[in-house]
Design a protein around this ligand. Structure first.
Ligand SMILES: [Mn+2]
Length: 354
């Protein structure tokens, strides 16, 4: 009651007015310009670069990038999709986007391996969270589809932070509407090409089966990476092959280098357009404990990045990093892994030809 009186009384009004009056140009949050050493990219708005506001302070957009409304055109938008009603086991990935943003504060401008500036070659923004409710899966999938379609049709590549893996279906719909049937590069412990569960046809274990049925996938060019565990019957693997996927297992990382595996992936994907979907549970629970359906004997963060960094040049037209579940995370391990995975994905997306 006391707080309410203060806020609505003369003292509250005075403070608010003073705050507004002080918010002149010098108080605005400053973002770096995108100028690189070759003098290119100076029309980009880069990460927040404000000596008065350290990286750990202020509101966390992804990688402290500008928001969508702060730029004239975004080439790439990182959007949160706080939806987890398709989850079959532990719920809570709806809180993933905020967690990943919070752990993305330490992402820096320069990529040492690629020798590139991922946020200077093109305009990358935080597109905020999509508007989506928790109670009706089909309505949610349609809402995600509509909002993703508006971005994609406007020439913005969408990279989503989930949310559970259900969101890949509407994102693939939006991407395939613009680009045609797509190759899918899918990092996951699980196939995610199952049919129905508990009577639901759209859930987080079925997005790629539904996508194949809808004609969104190029059935000769899809690739799983990191598969292990979680199969009831070998017929599931036959179904999986039928909807277009080849498999690199988690175990394959013990026998083959990231370079060799990346070569297999390139052979499979060919030169056409690719959608990259990364379930954080592809990582071993030691590297990503905060996820909905953990599977032991997974790959390490370094192995994941080892493969991703060999895939420069892919024509990536969309992607997601999903299944981050903060309630089961410890010390931000999963949040950090996911934030850096998004960054690795952004570093691979080719800039538009201007
Ligand atoms: Mn998945």
């Amino acid at each position: 009651m006391l707080l309410a009186v203060l806020a609505s009384g003369p003292l509250g009004d005075t403070r608010a007015t003073a705050a507004c009056q002080n918010r002149d140009e010098s108080d605005r949050i400053r973002h770096g310009r995108g100028l690189d050493r070759a003098g290119q990219g100076d029309d980009m708005i880069g990460q927040r670069d404000d000596p008065g506001l350290p990286r750990y302070a202020g509101i966390a957009t992804f990688a402290l990038l500008p928001q969508l409304h702060e730029v004239e055109h975004a080439d790439v938008a990182v959007v949160g999709i706080p939806f987890d009603s398709g989850t079959s086991f532990r719920p809570g990935a709806r809180f993933g986007p905020a967690h990943v943003r919070e752990h993305s504060r330490q992402l820096h401008p320069y990529h040492q391996v690629h020798e590139s500036f991922p946020f200077r070659d093109q305009q990358v923004v935080d597109g905020g969270d999509l508007r989506v409710g928790p109670y009706d899966i089909e309505a949610a999938v349609e809402a995600i589809h509509e909002q993703a379609r508006a971005l994609v049709q406007g020439g913005t590549t969408v990279v989503a932070i989930g949310g559970d893996h259900t969101i890949a279906l509407p994102l693939l719909r939006a991407a395939a509407e613009r680009h045609g049937p797509l190759a899918v590069l899918h990092f996951d412990a699980h196939l995610d090409t199952w049919d129905t569960l508990h009577g639901a046809s759209i859930w987080h274990g079925s997005p790629f089966r539904r996508a194949a049925e809808e004609g969104l996938l190029d059935l000769e060019r899809c690739q799983h990476v990191g598969i292990r565990g979680g199969v009831y019957d070998p017929s599931e693997l036959d179904d999986d092959a039928r909807v277009g996927f080849a498999i690199i297992r988690s175990d394959d990382f013990a026998r083959h280098s990231p370079e060799q595996l990346a070569e297999r992936i390139r052979d499979r994907l060919g030169t056409g357009q690719v959608y990259v979907s990364i379930d954080i549970d592809v990582l071993d629970p030691a590297h990503a404990p905060g996820t909905g359906t953990p599977e032991v004997a997974g790959i390490s963060t370094r192995e994941l990045f080892g493969v991703l960094r060999e895939l420069r040049g892919l024509d990536i037209v969309g992607g997601d990093v999903v299944e981050v579940l903060p309630a089961h995370d410890h010390a931000g391990i999963t949040g950090l892994a996911a934030a850096h995975t998004v960054w690795e994905l952004l570093a691979l997306i080719p800039p538009p030809s201007r």
